[in-house]
Design a protein around this ligand. Sequence first.
Ligand code: ZN
Length: 375
Amino acid sequence: MKNAFIYTDTYLDYDYGPTHPLRIIRLKLTYDLINAYGLLDLPTVQFIPTQKAEEKELAFFHDEEYLSLLRQANEGFPLGEAYAYGLGPGDNPIFPGLFNLSLLVVGATLQAVDFVADGNGAIAFNIAGGLHHAMRSMASGFCYVNDPVIGIMRLLRRGKRVAYIDIDAHHGDGVQKAFYHTNQVLTISLHETGYTLFPRTGFEYEIGEGEGKGYSVNLPFPPETEDDIYVWTFEEVVPELIHAFQPDVVVTQLGVDTFYNDPLTNLHLSIFGYERVLKRIKDLAPKWVALGGGGYNIFNVARAWTLAWAVMNGVELEEALPESFMTMALGMGIEESGLRGHWQTLQHRQNEENRVEMERVVRYIKEAVLPKVRG
Ligand SMILES: [Zn+2]
């Protein structure tokens, strides 16, 4: 049984634009660090080059009119009606090849899904995936097509029971909305509270509707939340939910924009907290489709997803980054030389208040949600 790493350098043909925070180069940087550590040469690893999805796959979730607009937007020219679909200057720019890039990202997620569903292995990682904000007929939050939703829908068609865990700093709103009325998918999102961050949703009282009541779970964290409270909250809620739901496959969105030095968000996690959560997910997931996500400090992205891939393969890495990688990183102005780096805890200014708030949220989830999933 192998673990699949799905990637292609073709991603680098596309560019959101010079001032956009989502930089495609972070994927290449991650691939290079993983490669420099020798993590693609392990006997447990199968490297799979990304293949584009067929266009019809996107139509399982997205609206035809919206897809036809994305096809036109692929030329890279402004479109009059685009604004109504969330496209245009700002978060979701129109750039040459954006539909091709979308097909690649969805393709890689479907390759990951099929890899585990076919029984080829227990884990597959698509670092380019995790575009969790895209809606049925709307681009949102740097996301044009929702590869987690499309991947989960294929798993459902293949008769699998799916739990989705989203640890991006932003609420996984697009995925939650897609499965808000069903009990066939359990969605769990840990994120910075909507009071202070896009997309302004993901409050604990959003728990699903109708048959889906109890199958959407939200853990909104206050700004400046640190590792200890974050990991405590995860432990209080997530393992019990997964044990009660008993998924065949766990799909995760592994955004790295929760770190204290991410330029777009306000949580104060470190790579140590991230690693602890990843190790727990590995214990909990019978099969694991891992997707990327946000992360706007590209060196954090490379280090965290390299560590994630090491966790998936049960490998302990040297703290010193490989020399071949450092030579390149120095050329990009990156000076830190450690995998995890030196993390000094901050002032703990907010710590006590944040702990009280998360104890309240955990109590709410245990009362309002857990009994429903337990059935
Ligand atoms: Zn994010």
